[in-house]
Design a protein around this ligand. Sequence first.
Ligand SMILES: Cc1cc2nc3c(=O)[nH]c(=O)nc-3n(C[C@H](O)[C@H](O)[C@H](O)COP(=O)(O)OP(=O)(O)OC[C@H]3O[C@@H](n4cnc5c(N)ncnc54)[C@H](O)[C@@H]3O)c2cc1C
Length: 406
Amino acid sequence: MSDIIRRDPRAEWIARNRLHPLHAAMQPAQHSWMGPNGVIRKNLHGIGFIGPNGIKRIDRSGAQQGGAVKRSAAVEVQLPLHQVPAPAFYICVVPDMVGGRLSSHDRDLLGLAHQLAGTDGAVLAVVFGEHKESAFETAGVDRLLVLEGDEFSGYAPEQRVQGLRAVDNQFIPRHWLLPDSRSGGGELGRRFAAALGERPATRVWQVKDQECIGRAGAGLQDLARPVARLILAAAECAEPVSETRHEALPVELSTSVARSLSRIEDLGAVAVDPGAIPMAEAEFIFSGGNGVKDWALFHETAAALGATEGASRVAVDDGFMARDRQVGASGTWVTARVYVAVGISGAIQHLQGIGACDKVVAINLDPGCDMIKRADLSVIGESAEILQALIEAVAAYRNDAKRDAA
Ligand SMILES: Cc1cc2nc3c(=O)[nH]c(=O)nc-3n(C[C@H](O)[C@H](O)[C@H](O)COP(=O)(O)OP(=O)(O)OC[C@H]3O[C@@H](n4cnc5c(N)ncnc54)[C@H](O)[C@@H]3O)c2cc1C
């Protein structure tokens, strides 16, 4: 078995959150520990388990105690299943699905949809084309409608609006929710609103007491209005679903979607120099800190990955990186989908700057540092060795892709 330490941030979050219903299940069973004056203390009440007839049983074979040593956060938890057999109404969500997966913004929207659906409504997610997502159930999707076909792939907002209109005719959702993002949702939502003749509520960050509150006036004011049928919501508009499992039952359109006469020609993605992308807009940041010992190798790895380079303040102060690359409280606050921190300890000023990043990967020697605690994926080891291995893995991946294409 591999000795790579794999972490489950959600389980760890539940273990820290005393109000979570699964909190108790996530606690390590600690029966003995060293007290402040060096004496070993034992909690005899904690040993054993309550049997089916309510009597406490103690397994003296040691198997039970042995099992308790395992990290309980790794225990597979079966969340309660939320079912809506006959939905009274639908709340439709159109996630961005950047890279074919639900983003954290999409998950916030699904959380908001459940807030609006209550117990009688069902949350219907409408997804265009192929996707790679396997966690619709735990993200809160009660019904899943995948609109397949080449006509929806790439940049095709007109055709997507046609698809959404067909969904609107069939399911007559009580509310439509789209992410007010630059990844497609913001534009699609506004086009769809125009097609429906609805006035959308935009940049919504809260829905409460039959009102939705959105940002206005260049982000300086809040605008409250009655809950609109079409809501374009900002990230963190609601807590994502985390305590229930959902059915994600597939549904289909009963009619075919009309083909729109497109006035847009998608010429495909344009290759850009990752270094020229402003830090605040970069989607993939490869950031180096005091733990980077070979800066030439660091730049080589960033180029191989096609990532935008970032840095901690120490790396900037030491002259290894330009000042405009500094990430953090006194640098740039970034919103990357993937942030790789190489040899960065995770000082609070640095963590503030990456608070909005979606996935954080940490490469560090110290398994106890704060960056590892923040990270979704951690690689513990010497940075130079890991960067070298990364370059080789990228080269092997590209060679395989070329061979497959040939
Ligand atoms: C007012 C103020 C504002 C600040 N603003 C910012 C800011 O905007 N941005 C910012 O980043 N900092 C800021 N700082 C500084 C911040 O407090 C930290 O000092 C800084 O972030 C630390 O940078 P670092 O993690 O690169 O270095 P260190 O704290 O030295 O951490 C180096 C890390 O590298 C690891 N490491 C060492 N060798 C290796 C190796 N060979 N392989 C792998 N890992 C290794 C270590 O385990 C350690 O975790 C600010 C400080 C103040 C007081």
